[in-house]
Design a protein around this ligand. Structure first.
Ligand code: ADP
Length: 257
């Protein structure tokens, strides 16, 4: 029995602008990603990583070519249909965390469920569970300003997880963090991938962070230049995280990265 790949890009191009100023950001990308994979996307600035992530995240459509998500032709969907697909299957994590500033961790994590019209009780329970799953039990009522950078990124990851997505798309998730917090966040993503089977697609500039992935793609000038399997992802070879670094006891942290 052959299983369908979760994600397939077939000869995908993306051109910005028209005529003399047209710029081809993707020049024919073929890519197949199985459910449960952990893919790091690397490459120099301007090589098409963000454009590829926007396409994979159903935020933008290819100019030509096909994008199949779970067998569905995304390039044929309307904007609203793509929004539904995103809400149902995808979770997003960004370099700058993108949390609401004066809003508690709990409320930030509940937001996607609020948009989905879930009842209060369900939202509370699901957000609490998601925060616990990223090591933030006891931190529910803290605002982003009362949390370290690493903790803020954990809240953002909990917000992405609360809808139980099939795929987590992370755009330089450790770009604003120091090395230790970066490793903790990568370990968390690795755990989510291994323990919960969430497919992870992550853009990173750092080889150390890409080393946590099972597969590393290098984009160069709008195409996938290399596609390699990582036989020994960092998370696996390190056994387990330091429990003290994974779960910060409440209340207030004083770190400020
Ligand atoms: P990367 O993420 O690898 O830095 P991008 O996908 O952001 O690369 O960009 C690829 C190319 O497409 C770059 O030359 C960039 O300037 C161009 N580009 C990206 N987004 C737009 C846009 N919205 N309009 C015009 N050009 C764009």
């Amino acid at each position: 029995m052959s299983t369908l790949p979760l994600i397939e890009l077939k000869s995908v191009t993306k051109t910005y602008g028209q005529g003399a100023t047209a710029l081809q950001a993707l020049k024919g990308v073929d890519l197949s990603i199985e459910a449960g994979d952990f893919v790091a996307i690397m490459g120099p600035s301007g090589s098409g990583k963000s454009t590829a992530m926007n396409t994979l995240g159903c935020l933008d459509t290819p100019t030509t070519g096909q994008y199949l998500f779970n067998g569905v032709h995304v390039e044929t969907l309307s904007r609203d249909q793509r929004a539904l697909l995103r809400r149902r299957y995808l979770g997003f994590v960004f370099q700058g965390f993108n949390l609401l500033a004066r809003t508690s961790a709990q409320e930030n994590v509940e937001l996607p469920l609020l948009y989905r019209g879930e009842p209060t009780k369900m939202r509370h329970a699901a957000a609490k569970k998601a925060l616990a799953s990223v090591g933030l039990a006891g931190w529910e009522h803290h605002t982003p300003a009362e949390l370290s950078g690493g903790q803020q990124q954990r809240v953002a990851i909990a917000r992405a997880l609360v809808t139980e997505p099939a795929v987590l798309l992370a755009d330089e998730p450790t770009g604003n963090l120091d090395t230790q917090r970066s490793r903790e966040i990568m370990h968390l993503l690795w755990q989510l991938n291994v323990d919960h089977g969430i497919t992870v697609l992550m853009v990173t500039h750092e080889a150390d962070m890409a080393a946590y992935a099972k597969r590393i793609l290098h984009f160069v000038d709008g195409v996938v230049d290399s596609d390699t399997r990582n036989p020994n992802p960092t998370g696996a070879s390190h056994g387990g995280p330091d429990p003290h670094s994974m779960s910060h006891p409440a209340p207030a942290a004083t770190e400020a990265n």
